[in-house]
Design a protein around this ligand. Sequence first.
Ligand code: C5P
Length: 224
Amino acid sequence: FNNKQLVGKKVVVTAGPTMEPIDPVRYITNHSSGKMGYNIAKEARDRGADVVLIAGPTNIEPPAGVEVVRVNTTREMFDAVEKHFSSCDVLIKAAAPLDYRPEKVMKEKIKKDSEGMEELNIKLVRNPDIVSHFGKIKGDRIVVGFAAETNNLIQYAKEKLIKKNLDFIVANDISREGAGFKSDTNIVSIIDKEGNIEDYPILDKNQVAKIVLDKVCTMLNIKS
Ligand code: C5P
């Protein structure tokens, strides 16, 4: 068994949420912790890959020996992926980028001063879907997505797999105990483009990372 299966391969991993500013003091974000992506980056490093970890705002310590690129907004994450995409062999999109951003970022702090300000509307506009963009131009690279859902898990995940042109998707039902954003564990199903579905029990995120990279390695072997 060769545990350095990824020597000579460049693996780009995205992790964590993104954040979008509203004004100089406020922003919107989500509950992604970055743990899943960080575990994947670490496992890819352990298998000998050159790893670029593109991370949104998180509090966790990045693994040593990987190149860390820090970003805030979804568009910054897009640009960072673009910079590394052409030279990579594998893109794993474990991040949860914000799908929408405030149309305008106020230069000054929004005040609640006067009477009659009982409502405040902030118009949001769509961000680019990063994995979808790069999935469509992937060539022979392997592109892996995640799907965090609260209902119709397998159906939604299958739709994303096809729409975003992924090699496989890791689906997790975030409404289940022991799965999802903040947890150290996850409960996943892996669906590939051949239509195979593998359901896994509750596992530590480092175990899930091994399963994801086993699948990546199998696919790379088939190609070479
Ligand atoms: O948001 P959604 O459930 O469609 O996310 C599924 C996959 O798409 C994830 O792998 C996520 O990282 C990716 N995604 C992305 N850019 C976005 C939104 C989602 O790359 N703006």
